[in-house]
Unconditional design. Structure first.
Length: 83
């Protein structure tokens, strides 16, 4: 059986909950695409007002979060008592 290759590692317990920077080129492509589309789209959509701009940013943020959860290392309970 092949080992799963994650694009985003789990952050160390001392740094809180979440994922760290990408460890695979695919993760970096996701980061670059997200920020390019977010900034470019917000510049274009900002002409229509604040509500569409915030909705656009929220949708892209949700899509980015979904990709990180899908391709990132699973979160697990950690004992932070040693900190």
């Amino acid at each position: 059986m092949s080992e799963k290759h994650y694009w985003f590692p789990v952050r160390p317990a001392r740094n809180g909950w979440g994922w760290g920077l990408p460890v695979a080129w695919q993760g970096w492509v996701v980061y670059l695409a997200f920020f390019a589309l977010l900034i470019g789209g917000m510049i274009v959509i900002s002409a229509y007002g604040i509500i569409p701009t915030l909705a656009f940013a929220g949708c892209w943020g949700g899509a980015f979060t979904a990709v990180v959860i899908w391709k990132g290392e699973p979160q697990r309970m950690r004992d932070d008592s040693s900190l």
